[in-house]
Design a protein around this ligand. Structure first.
Ligand code: FCB
Length: 460
């Protein structure tokens, strides 16, 4: 059990935005309510062996029906903002054709509820739940999906832009490309390895077209939520450094460079992409108001070791890739097996600032969190999750150090307010400040909930 740090947390600016995050598929349930269509993840969870605990998200946390209770929990926390995602198949059940107004009605009610409670709604338009009809036609491998996304973005913004102060186009295109189309760990379960690259380009194009569509509909303060990790080379030798550089290029720069600089980080790679890439890059690099960073841990990468498949956080990495993922020793691990490296956040942010200079807009940490399985005490009901508190304290200190080193960070969103459906892990990993009993759907705030409430309160 980590000992509490006796040094008080540093003070953040008075206008620093404190928030919590979720995504639609992971919390909502009610897959057939009000005309919602199926998503790529509904289909994926039905394929045997895809989800480690054999579960699906038909109920998840039942947020679709309990959203008022969940917004009340956020109000109790005192957060300034709530990052959620809009389910694309609720709005466009077939991916195209007429808008399903009843699907949008839910987000209208949610936004109103948040505004009533003084919490800023921060919607993400794509957090992985592609309408199944589009996935069946190739999903992100097809350019058409990016164009459909723009039409969907318009519809959502036309409905909500009057009350939404901050927008996110897409969440973690790197994970969708790598895990969804490259390695097959996530929906749609394709194992195309490097042939997955068009999925990266089309998500980036969707982001760019989405920015245009949002601005045209009057949306303000548009950003993106991108995953980033510092990449550490496993050794000093050339082969390890080259492998780490390639991994950095594929997971960090492949997505950030086009958005922030208007160019792909490697010309050979750009030549493998479909369509009018040079023209698309102008769309992709339209100026953003802010840039969102999702951070969990650094990655240790070395030359591949033939015949030795590696694994990270439950994901099997094939042996024939041009890099190998190594275990990071010497740090505590979350229950997901992810190393706890708070200073990695400072290193990452300072590195982004060095790499992109003045092209980097103000940053928000759009996700940071940890999986620990602490459950309510059978007698007292208390959920004593000291390790989660230590995790967030450590990361907030590291974030503050990055700000002292000149990085412009405007806010911090904890992943997540609630325990929820953690993709291929099912319900086995719990990231919430609030415990969810999946048998009764009862919500129990954990000790970390009270801790975060105090952090927010003391910063006012
Ligand atoms: C991120 C996802 C988010 C959640 C966390 C733990 O990669 O964006 O939905 O699953 O990981």
């Amino acid at each position: 059990m980590p000992a509490p740090d006796p040094v008080p947390l540093p003070r953040f600016p008075a206008d620093f935005l404190w928030g919590v995050s979720t995504s639609a598929f992971q919390i909502e349930g009610s897959p057939a309510a009000d005309g919602r269509g199926p998503s790529s993840w509904d289909a994926f969870t039905r394929e045997p062996g895809r989800i480690r605990d054999g579960s699906h998200a038909d109920t998840a946390t039942d947020h679709y029906r309990r959203y008022r209770e969940d917004v009340a929990l956020m109000a109790g926390l005192g957060v300034d903002a709530y990052r959620f995602s809009v389910s694309w198949p609720r709005v466009l059940p077939d991916g195209h054709g007429p808008i399903n107004a009843r699907g949008l009605d839910f987000y209208d009610r949610l936004v109103d509820e948040l505004c009533t409670r003084g919490i800023a709604p921060v919607p993400t338009l794509f957090h992985w739940d592609t309408p199944l009809a589009l996935e069946e036609r190739g999903g992100w491998l097809e350019r058409d999906t990016a164009e459909r996304f723009a039409a969907y973005a318009s519809a959502v913004a036309e409905r909500l832009a009057d009350r939404v102060p901050m927008w996110i186009t897409i969440n973690e295109p790197a994970e969708v490309t790598l895990l969804g189309y490259g390695l097959g760990e996530h929906a749609p379960g394709r194992q195309l390895v490097f042939d997955a690259l068009p999925a990266a380009h089309h998500q980036l194009l969707a982001h760019g077209l989405g920015v245009q569509a949002l601005r045209a509909a009057g949306a303000r303060r548009i950003g993106v939520a991108a995953s980033h990790s510092p990449v550490w080379a496993a050794g000093d030798g050339h082969a390890d450094r080259a492998a780490a550089d390639l991994y950095d290029l594929l997971t960090n720069r492949l997505f950030a460079d086009p958005i922030l600089t208007g160019a792909y980080p490697d010309e050979g790679l750009a030549a493998m992409l479909p369509g009018p890439v040079a023209e698309d890059l102008r769309t992709i690099s339209a100026p953003l108001d802010w840039y969102g960073v999702n951070y969990y841990n650094p990655m240790l990468v070395g030359a591949p070791e033939p015949g030795t498949p590696t694994a990270f956080g439950g994901i099997g990495i094939p042996a024939d890739l041009p890099f190998g993922i190594r275990q990071i020793d010497g740090y505590e691990q979350t229950d997901f097996g992810w190393p706890v490296v708070p200073d990695g956040l400072r290193e990452l942010l300072v590195g982004l600032r060095e790499r992109y200079g003045d092209r980097l807009p103000p940053l928000y940490i759009t996700e940071n969190g940890c999986s620990y399985g602490d459950a309510p005490d059978p007698v007292t009901g208390r959920v004593a999750d000291a390790r989660r508190i230590a995790y967030h304290e450590g990361h907030l200190r590291a974030l503050h150090r990055a700000m002292e080193q000149g990085v412009d960070v405007r806010g911090y969103f904890i992943w997540s307010i609630l325990d929820n459906f953690e993709w291929a892990e099912g319900y086995r990993q719990r990231f919430g400040l609030v415990h969810v009993d999946y048998a009764t759907l009862e919500r129990t705030p954990k000790d970390s909930y009270a801790w975060y409430r105090d952090v927010i309160e003391s910063g006012r």
